[in-house]
Design a binder for this molecule. Structure first.
Ligand SMILES: C[S@@+](CC[C@H](N)C(=O)[O-])C[C@H]1O[C@@H](n2cnc3c(N)ncnc32)[C@H](O)[C@@H]1O
Length: 258
């Protein structure tokens, strides 16, 4: 049997895991996958695929590797400042209760940051944030809400005291803050989207997708927003010609549904 090429491998992986690698930037993804293959001592895609079928642990490791979970609390602080000063006050003028969706939430830092920010405008009890990701392992960590002390550089002393318990090594999200966030698995490329949101965060995941996948996602996010709702994206992900999707660029990285 001849060896598979990258396309044949990604087809097989899609059937096995529901992850459609052909919607991710090929050059970037292929380089990462090839590095993973050689690290796990596989010579070709066929052999590696067979190992993925048989070895669940390897499969989970591979998915985890593909989905690149890097994140932090209040990532890119100036954007969160804009959110607080300019975006949230406008969203609070729309029909309430405020609905927020963190759509590639990784290990939870982003939706928990959102809950802390919203707490400056309302009671914790009134805050409901939907937080989704494709990566089950990341969601397990997010639900636990345990963070290494070295990883919380953007949090103030006051925020830490108010929202976390701590021991020598870790900070633990308090139950009251945890209760604001509902975590759920959702694959942005295949699953149906929830609707009627005031604010959708989709940050630092689009960069991995092809142009076609991005365009489809912008349209789907548009449909999931209320009129006047806002899409908040990552620092390297400006939408080119947002008008074609019905968005108005408000400040960099914030797009309002007309
Ligand atoms: C770099 S993290 C970004 C986390 C956070 N939004 C931030 O900006 O810090 C990218 C996340 O996108 C998730 N992801 C990748 N492909 C996805 C897909 N098809 N559907 C949903 N989430 C996906 C990964 O699992 C990962 O947790």
């Amino acid at each position: 049997m001849s060896h598979w090429n990258y396309g044949e491998f990604t087809d097989a992986v899609r059937k096995l895991t529901d992850i459609d690698l052909s919607a991710y930037n090929e050059r970037q993804m292929k380089r990462r996958i090839d590095a993973f293959l050689s690290r796990s001592k596989h010579q070709n895609y066929n052999g590696f695929y067979n190992a993925l079928v048989e070895n669940h642990e390897l499969r989970d490791k591979f998915i985890n590797f593909l989905t690149i979970n890097v994140t932090e609390f209040f990532r890119n602080p100036p954007q969160w400042e804009k959110l607080k000063q300019e975006i949230i006050p406008k969203l609070l003028e729309l029909p309430q209760p405020l609905r927020v969706w963190s759509s590639a939430c990784s290990t939870g830092e982003e939706p928990y940051s959102m809950a802390m920010l919203l707490n400056q405008f309302m009671d914790l009890k009134s805050i409901r944030i939907l937080a989704t990701d494709i990566d089950e392992a990341a969601l397990v960590k997010a639900r636990k809400g345990v963070y290494d002390k070295k990883t919380v550089k953007n949090l103030s002393k006051e925020q830490i005291a108010k929202y976390f318990d701590e021991d020598e090594e870790n900070y633990y999200i308090k139950d009251e803050l945890k209760a604001c966030v509902h975590f759920k698995k959702l694959n942005l490329l295949v699953d149906p989207f929830p609707v009627n949101y005031h604010l959708i965060l989709c940050r630092n995941v689009m960069i991995y997708f092809t142009q076609e996948a991005k365009e489809r996602l912008y349209r789907r996010f548009y449909s999931s927003l209320l009129q006047g709702g806002v899409l908040f994206i990552g620092n390297t992900e400006q939408i080119i010609n947002p008008g074609q999707y019905g968005f108005v660029s408000q400040k960099s990285f914030f797009y309002t549904k007309r």
